[in-house]
Design a protein around this ligand. Structure first.
Ligand SMILES: CC(C)(COP(=O)(O)OP(=O)(O)OC[C@H]1O[C@@H](n2cnc3c(N)ncnc32)[C@H](O)[C@@H]1OP(=O)(O)O)[C@@H](O)C(=O)NCCC(=O)NCCS
Length: 459
């Protein structure tokens, strides 16, 4: 991730004259709580429930972030930050493959400046206290639902799973704290990954869990977090990144859709889960979504450590047919797929001769249901990999729905990536209105359709 010319300007300003740095300071202070008239400070003093009401009202009147949702809107939008970054321009039709800017001889040594009152903190996730602080930041601020009534409730195990894969680096768990009370108010992370893009194999990072405290939103903290993470990643000689976002930024490599399969329909309806089919009565919908009580694939069982090698070969074979996919080492397969409570489940099918013929895995994230008289928690499972060679894909996936349901999962979510389209309709998933765009940093190549994508990035 080499810096663009405006990044360089920011660099020079950081080390430049006092006058320049004052000007710069003023510019950067835009996301600092600034005194009694700052609306964020005012919000601060309100009780949580009141804040949610305001957020719902803002959403209702569309006064929230004005980031574009469609390509047409995006083409007319000025991306003050992203237009300075080495990413393809919106609307460009790309036919070549390669990096957008070449690495500079030396990477900036000092961290990017933060406004007065805030400091960088490299989070030590081996410390249970720090891990808990990160959980608190994310669980209070990483909203998933527009009106903020259903909120992610990441488990400590989930965070360890996504943020500490083999070769993880503490420097890439990048936090921002308030100096006075040490409160964590911003976070962004990267983890190393080998990725195949068309014919090219690249060492890069996956960017994860970008989050800004809700009272510091729309104050341009995100560009500072991304710049600082880029610097830290460049320091380790990595210059490309892959990331996903529901927002339309310059420029998606692929744009995919989420599909939802209700498992506990009654509960989903009661909590007003967004995007449920409205064209049936409850009784009919319950009947329509009914699943078998037990799985039908014989020799289906949870993965154990002994399966790592077999799964590695199954995945290598399966993933090589896509244009964007992970290249996983044995250690990564073990970390990524070995079942862990509150994080990941993987099942395999063992043939008569003991070789593995199929593998399927899904990760789970719980959410808090706010302000509901009965329900407080909701669990969603997300399909990670499905690589069958002997079992029918639809049957195997139906078995996953049965198992997930019996483990208390309320909804199963899959993207229309890989071969997933071949089971989504059959197994009564319905398309949601939520997109997920895939992006590459400092790499250009032709864009690809969802079924050519072989990569799922847990948050
Ligand atoms: C995403 C989030 C950090 C953005 O914060 P914000 O206060 O709205 O945005 P800021 O004022 O700090 O920064 C705005 C810039 O960041 C960019 N940006 C916003 N969200 C982004 C994202 N998810 N990924 C990359 N860039 C993003 C904007 O495009 C804008 O840059 P531009 O001028 O080039 O358009 C914040 O909304 C958040 O924490 N949300 C909850 C968690 C979440 O959704 N994380 C992202 C998952 S992909």
């Amino acid at each position: 991730m080499k810096m663009s010319s405006s990044d360089k300007k920011q660099d020079e300003a950081d080390g430049g004259s006092v006058k320049e740095s004052k000007k710069k300071q003023k510019k950067q202070n835009t996301w600092r709580p600034q005194g009694p008239r700052d609306p964020f400070e005012m919000l601060d003093s309100l009780p949580e429930k009141k804040q949610q009401e305001i957020q719902r009202a803002l959403h209702l009147f569309s006064l929230g972030s004005t980031l574009p949702k469609t390509l047409q809107q995006a083409k007319k939008h000025t991306y003050l930050f992203w237009d300075t970054q080495p990413v393809p321009k919106l609307g460009d039709s790309i036919t070549t493959h390669g990096q957008i800017v070449v690495a500079e001889a030396s990477v900036r040594k000092e961290p990017y400046s933060l406004p007065q009152g805030f400091s960088w903190d490299t989070l030590d996730l081996t410390s249970p206290t720090v891990l808990q602080e990160l959980c608190t930041l994310l669980n209070n601020n990483y909203m998933e639902d527009d009106d903020n009534t259903i909120r992610f409730d990441f488990s400590v195990e989930y965070l360890q799973w996504v943020l500490q894969p083999p070769n993880w680096l503490a420097e890439w768990h990048c936090g921002v704290r308030v100096d006075t009370n040490k409160k964590l108010v911003g976070f962004i992370a990267a983890v190393p990954a080998d990725v195949r893009i068309y014919e090219t194999e690249k060492r890069m990072v996956q960017v994860k869990l970008l989050c800004v405290h809700k009272k510091l939103r729309l104050k341009r903290m995100t560009p500072v977090l991304i710049r600082e993470l880029t610097r830290r990643v460049n320091q380790q000689d990595f210059y490309q990144a892959v990331y996903t976002a529901p927002l339309l930024l310059p420029t998606p490599l692929s744009s995919c859709r989420y599909w939802h399969r209700p498992l506990n329909l009654r509960k989903l309806m009661e909590v007003n889960y967004p995007g449920l089919r409205q064209d049936m009565t409850l009784q009919r919908a319950l009947k329509f979504h009914r699943l078998p009580e037990v799985t039908k694939t014989s020799h289906l069982r949870p993965m154990t450590k002994e399966d790592v090698k077999g799964i590695h070969s199954l995945l290598q074979e399966n993933l090589s047919k896509y244009k964007l996919s992970s290249i996983l080492s044995l250690m990564e397969v073990e970390h990524l797929l070995l079942p862990r409570e509150n994080a990941i489940d993987t099942y395999v099918v063992e043939g008569d001769d003991g070789t593995l013929t199929d593998v399927v895995s899904f990760y789970s994230i719980s959410s808090k249901v706010l302000n509901h008289p009965v329900h407080t928690k909701l669990t969603a499972a997300y399909l990670l990999y499905i690589a069958p060679t002997a079992t029918n894909l639809v049957d195997l996936m139906e078995d996953m729905l049965v198992l997930a349901k019996s483990n208390g999962v309320d909804i199963f979510i899959a993207l229309d990536v890989m071969d997933n389209r071949s089971f989504l309709d059959k197994l009564k998933f319905s398309i949601s209105d939520k997109c997920l765009h895939y992006y590459l940093y400092n790499w250009m190549c032709p864009n690809m359709s969802p079924e050519e994508v072989g990569l799922v990035l847990p948050n």
